[in-house]
Design a protein around this ligand. Structure first.
Ligand SMILES: [Fe+2]
Length: 322
């Protein structure tokens, strides 16, 4: 499979996302998944007991893997099928500049409901479980665990970027380590929603019918009809998207564990013209927001998420077709 950086930039600019089937080895992805699944538990053993939770700070801050705590740091040599892929390197050089950076990378896991203790379900029930990290034993906080994820933009992370290293000229890339179908919590993107730029979480997005949704941005009240775009494919399947593209995911329906590599890729600060600059020209809105609207940072004092139910969450939990 041969890809053109210009075509990818055109798709990201217009749609917000570009899928890259066949770019990475399915076999290498599956092998990595098997290794990870053998390294630690992925069931209720991951979690604190209710008593331990009650005695904990109940904060969601710093419960995601970071430098020194990511499981991927033990697996660097197994990531070459992605990071050293010659075609990816050539594409990123055109998109982000010759000295493009892997700004952040982590392993993301969707856990099926049966692998989550009842006491955690009691706390997250009726809300959108944006991160399970605070409920996880500290030694296993080397992966980002989720049950489902409300509709959000990844540029939400901007206020938490370290001072002096803040960067919004980013692309996000996902690489599935197993096969992803409608039944195991695919990321669901809202096509073209990046064009209004960064907007505060929780977003005003309501279901119209079928795969059609209505999105209204809060600053000028502009509205668009957007289409749901589930990211489906076999192991190794990848996609690159814009930081302001709305997306979320519903709970796993088939009891499987979904693992994916998530990369944040940054522009070469010193490079001249790059294709990401042309993508940015198509955004009519803010590139990022200064205030942290992250649901974890704004959780209730008992650790529960201070979130409103919405169409996306309700439909996912009730098993209604997307
Ligand atoms: Fe995201």
């Amino acid at each position: 499979m041969s890809y053109s950086a210009n075509a990818i930039a055109g798709q990201i600019g217009k749609q917000g996302i570009s899928e890259l089937p066949g770019l990475f080895s399915a076999q290498a992805a599956r092998q990595l998944q098997d290794i990870i699944l053998s390294m630690q538990p992925f069931d209720k053993e991951l979690f604190l007991t209710r008593e331990e939770w009650e005695a904990s700070p109940k904060t969601h801050k710093n419960t995601n893997p970071g430098p020194g705590t990511s499981i991927l740091e033990k697996l660097e040599d197994k990531l070459a099928f992605v990071e050293e892929n010659p075609q990816l390197k050539a594409l990123l050089t055109e998109l982000l500049g010759p000295q493009y950076r892997i700004y952040l990378k982590k392993l993301v896991c969707r856990l099926p409901g049966k692998n989550i203790p009842d006491w955690v379900h009691d706390i997250i029930g009726g809300t959108t479980a944006n991160s399970l990290g605070a409920f996880i034993r500290p030694q296993y906080r080397n992966i980002s665990y989720y049950y489902d994820v409300d509709v959000h933009q990844d540029i939400l992370e901007w206020p938490r970027q370290p001072e002096g290293q803040k960067e919004h000229r980013l692309l996000y890339m996902y690489v599935h380590l197993g096969d992803v179908t409608q039944d195991n919590s695919p990321l669901c993107f809202f096509k073209e929603s990046h064009r209004f730029g960064a907007t505060p979480y929780q977003h005003t997005i309501t279901h119209i019918a079928g795969d059609q949704w209505s999105y209204t941005e809060p600053f000028d009240g502009r509205n668009m009809t957007t289409q749901l775009w589930p990211l489906l494919g076999e192991a190794g399947h990848a996609a690159i998207w814009h930081p302001c593209l709305l997306h979320g995911s519903h709970p796993v329906k088939n009891d499987s564990i979904r693992l994916a590599l998530r990369y944040v890729l940054a522009r070469d600060k010193d490079a001249g013209h790059c294709l990401i600059d042309e993508i940015g020209n198509q955004i009519d809105g803010l590139p990022y927001l200064a205030k942290d609207h992250n649901p974890g940072a704004n959780a209730n004092k008992d650790g529960s998420f201070n979130l409103q139910d919405n169409d996306f969450t309700r439909m996912g939990r009730n098993g209604i077709a997307q």
